[in-house]
Write a protein that binds this ligand. Structure first.
Ligand SMILES: Nc1nc2c(ncn2[C@@H]2O[C@H](COP(=O)(O)OP(=O)(O)OP(=O)(O)O)[C@@H](O)[C@H]2O)c(=O)[nH]1
Length: 311
């Protein structure tokens, strides 16, 4: 009789799986790095700070190892209810994860905001990866990296830290090496998600983030953070056309006109840009209907925040 239990091919391989938080002050490139880790676009990126409001997760599975990225919003001093939500989310993300990636921008020396992040991660008893980003655009990357590394001084010698300098936009190999290092530190765990999963975001949330990304790009300095988006309906026609209906939510009536623009030009441009992005990723024709609605003071309103998914 064949003893199956002795056959290595038929034994379950041990799986390793765990959560990784990507932290850093706004605009350092956290979303860009996450997308580079995953090789697919799941988190919004934009040249504006604080674009990432939700803890969007990306999942990378290789053989018997699964990395689940928690893309936290930038750590910053809370200014309003939304700010408080962001900070509490960062702290709870840090206590739950198995490893932390701290991203810094090597184009500049550390600021108070970086010190704030450093203080939150320095003594965490888990693997810490300091990533100096934007080497492609930094004049003195090594010098800047030393200054950031110094912020971790005092971390116990038994607590591991790894330092990497890269460009999340261009360094394909460095990103892959860092991802391998992350795979190495994962604890033994069963997989948390099915093998093919890339993100646990719903497709509606994902599309809403793309719409918001485009709205923020177009609106520039006018009303940067007072805009939320949601997708209410998504239907698929037999010929594959995706019909998506979304809303852009502003705080004040006065903002509505600013989003819509003269003769509806701006809203049309936002819609066109978002539709193009959606078509690329969905690989289908998209009809995108957009409406602008007012929820007075939604950023200060706990219930409205919950309704919009900031929970
Ligand atoms: N030159 C250069 N720019 C980069 C690099 N990585 C990201 N950026 C740019 O930096 C800006 C911010 O990138 P994001 O990935 O949105 O930054 P983030 O840290 O997620 O931002 P928040 O959501 O505000 O916290 C964007 O304009 C990116 O294109 C890089 O390696 N080199």
């Amino acid at each position: 009789m064949t003893d199956f239990s002795a056959s290595p091919d038929l034994q379950d391989p041990t799986t390793h799986a765990g959560f990784v938080a990507i932290v850093g002050k706004p605009n350092v490139g956290k979303s860009t790095l996450l997308n580079a880790f995953l090789g697919t676009k799941v988190a919004p990126t934009s040249p504006r700070p604080q674009t990432t409001r939700r803890g969007v997760r990306g999942i990378y599975t290789l053989d018997n190892r699964q990395l689940i990225f928690v893309d936290t919003p930038g750590l910053h001093k809370p200014k309003d209810a939304l700010g408080k939500y962001m900070n509490s989310e960062v702290h709870s993300a840090l206590s739950d994860v198995d490893a932390v990636v701290w991203v810094v921008d090597l184009r500049h020396p550390p600021t108070d905001e970086d010190r704030l992040v450093a203080n939150s991660v320095r003594d965490l008893p888990k693997p810490l990866f300091l990533v100096g980003n934007k080497t492609d655009a930094a004049k003195y990357p090594e010098e800047a990296m030393k200054l950031y590394g110094a912020l971790l001084e005092g971390r116990g010698s038994d607590l591991p830290v790894s330092e990497t300098m890269l460009s999340a936009q261009n360094s394909v190999n460095a990103v892959a090496t860092l991802r391998e290092q992350l795979l190495e530190v994962l604890p033994e765990n069963p997989f948390f998600f099915p093998q093919g999963a890339a993100s646990d975001q719903s497709r509606e949330m994902w599309a809403a983030e793309i719409i918001r990304e485009e709205a923020m790009k177009k609106l520039r300095d006018e009303l940067p953070y007072a805009v939320a988006t949601r997708v209410n309906r998504w239907t698929e026609r037999e010929d594959g056309l995706q019909r998506i209906e979304g809303e852009i939510i502003v705080e004040k009536n006065a903002h509505k006109g600013m989003v819509i623009g003269a003769g509806g030009k701006q809203l049309r441009e936002i819609g066109q840009a978002a539709r193009k992005q959606l078509e690329v990723f969905l690989n289908h024709k998209v009809y995108l209907g957009l409406e602008v609605i007012v929820i007075p003071g939604w950023r200060e309103d706990e219930e409205a925040l919950r309704e919009l998914g900031y929970e």
